[in-house]
Design a protein around this ligand. Structure first.
Ligand SMILES: Cc1cc2nc3c(=O)[nH]c(=O)nc-3n(C[C@H](O)[C@H](O)[C@H](O)COP(=O)(O)OP(=O)(O)OC[C@H]3O[C@@H](n4cnc5c(N)ncnc54)[C@H](O)[C@@H]3O)c2cc1C
Length: 382
């Protein structure tokens, strides 16, 4: 189903900027409590996105509450992790909590359908700016529409034109990271496996998806990538030095016309409230993808912001209390995970440290599951 444009109302209790996972989840949660919600998204559904597509099982109970049903999709259950260093030393462990191999093509679309079913209003356009004046917001859109709202949720992802308008600290700094993703056909790739293979200057995650394809997604430093310039050359000359990646690329066929890529990925700290806008998902802070948990965090932050708004009955008179309640719960839930992600990324991208760490993990078998646990949260119940 391709939805291109649905008329949004001129005002709402809550306007949500961005309809990725975080924005759609916050929308559904708030609609279930009777709020009026208008969501603005610049892209259409369904569409592929750059993502590792490993969704932690911690979100499962909350998906039931939201009414998002995965029963009719063939979602692989991911329960094993394989990790190799750039030289190809391999370590394996089972994933205690595990996750689902679900494409963003399917997942975002399911959430979008549920958002519409719950009565959400949708506008397919770019939000150009958002101004807070006289205790209310005015959002101006590229299609010429303006919307008034008591509350605005910023769910517009890692980097957006809106960050520039808000003059957020990270937006003017150049970031050293790029990411590439594509789906491949590979006959022998196991259904239950998440493979994480290091290469010089980055790491690559592979896992099966509901579409029957293998999702391949890697993060690399711009410095290592620019030496080769083209994705194909980079994969051939750098990624394929890892024997596991070499074997994969030799025995698989690209299912996309060409891989998707994004640049300027910033892992700098962000603020969770900016000019009264409540930020969720990647707009509130991007965890290192190595932790495999950004989607679950985006979903959980949407739950936290909805709970903070509903605790004070969406009353603008309690704006400050809502903001401080949300910031507090965000920090309680995510500060430690963000830290662990940062440390992991530093260690594993350093060739020598990565080898040493792997040696230690091999000698102490219970250590890797413990580290993985630190990057994940408890099951989400309402
Ligand atoms: C390389 C890589 C691999 C990853 N792998 C995993 C993984 O395996 N598992 C995991 O859990 N997480 C992973 N993540 C993290 C995960 O993808 C994100 O944390 C998650 O997508 C965040 O969701 P979001 O809703 O905040 O942002 P997004 O999903 O990016 O959604 C933001 C939306 O806002 C829209 N938008 C932006 N600006 C505007 C505007 N001005 N007006 C209207 N719309 C706008 C965009 O079009 C987009 O649809 C990975 C991230 C990277 C970079």
């Amino acid at each position: 189903m391709f939805i291109t444009y649905i008329q949004c109302m001129n005002s709402a209790d809550v306007v949500i900027l961005g309809g990725g996972l975080a924005g759609l989840v916050a929308g559904i949660h708030l609609l279930k409590s009777g709020a009026t919600v208008c969501l603005i998204e610049k892209d259409s559904y369904p569409r592929h996105r750059v993502c590792g597509e490993y969704l932690s099982n911690e979100v499962k109970p909350y998906l039931n509450f939201l009414g998002v049903d995965l029963q009719n999709t063939h979602v692989p259950e991911l329960s094993r992790l394989e990790f190799s260093t750039a030289k190809g030393n391999l370590l394996e462990c089972t994933l205690e909590l595990g996750g689902l191999g679900i494409s963003r093509y399917t997942l975002d679309h399911l959430f979008f359908q549920q958002f519409l079913k719950a009565g959400g209003k949708f506008m397919h356009t770019t939000a150009e700016n958002c101004n807070f004046q006289n205790d209310e917001f005015l959002v101006n859109c590229k299609n010429g529409h303006s919307l008034k709202a008591n509350f605005v949720i910023g769910a517009y992802g890692k980097r957006s034109n809106l960050d520039k308008n808000l003059d957020r600290g990270f937006i003017n700094k150049r970031s050293a990271w790029i990411a590439v993703k594509a789906h491949y056909d590979h006959q022998r790739f196991p259904d239950d496996l998440v493979a994480l293979h290091n290469f010089n200057g980055g790491y690559c995650g592979l896992s099966k998806t509901d579409l029957g394809t293998v999702n391949v997604c890697y993060l690399a430093t711009y410095e290592s990538f620019q030496k080769h310039g083209k994705i194909k050359d980079f994969e051939h000359k750098v990624l394929s030095e890892n024997p596991y990646l070499n074997d994969f690329f030799r025995n698989s066929t690209l299912e996309f016309e060409k891989p998707l890529s994004i640049a300027q990925i910033s892992f700098d700290s962000k603020t969770q409230v900016e000019d009264h806008i409540l930020m969720i998902g990647d707009a509130a802070g991007l965890v290192h993808p190595l932790s495999g948990n950004g989607m679950a965090m985006a979903i959980r932050s949407a739950k936290l912001v909805s709970e903070a708004l509903l605790k004070f009955e969406l009353n603008p008179g309690y704006r400050t209390n809502i903001a401080s309640t949300y910031i507090k719960s965000w920090k309680q839930n995510f500060s430690s995970r963000m830290r662990t992600g940062r440390i992991l990324q530093k260690v594993l991208l350093h060739e020598r440290m990565s080898d040493i760490t792997q040696g230690i993990l091999q000698r102490v078998p219970g250590l890797l599951p413990k580290i993985i646990k630190k990057t994940h949260g408890k099951e989400m119940h309402v």
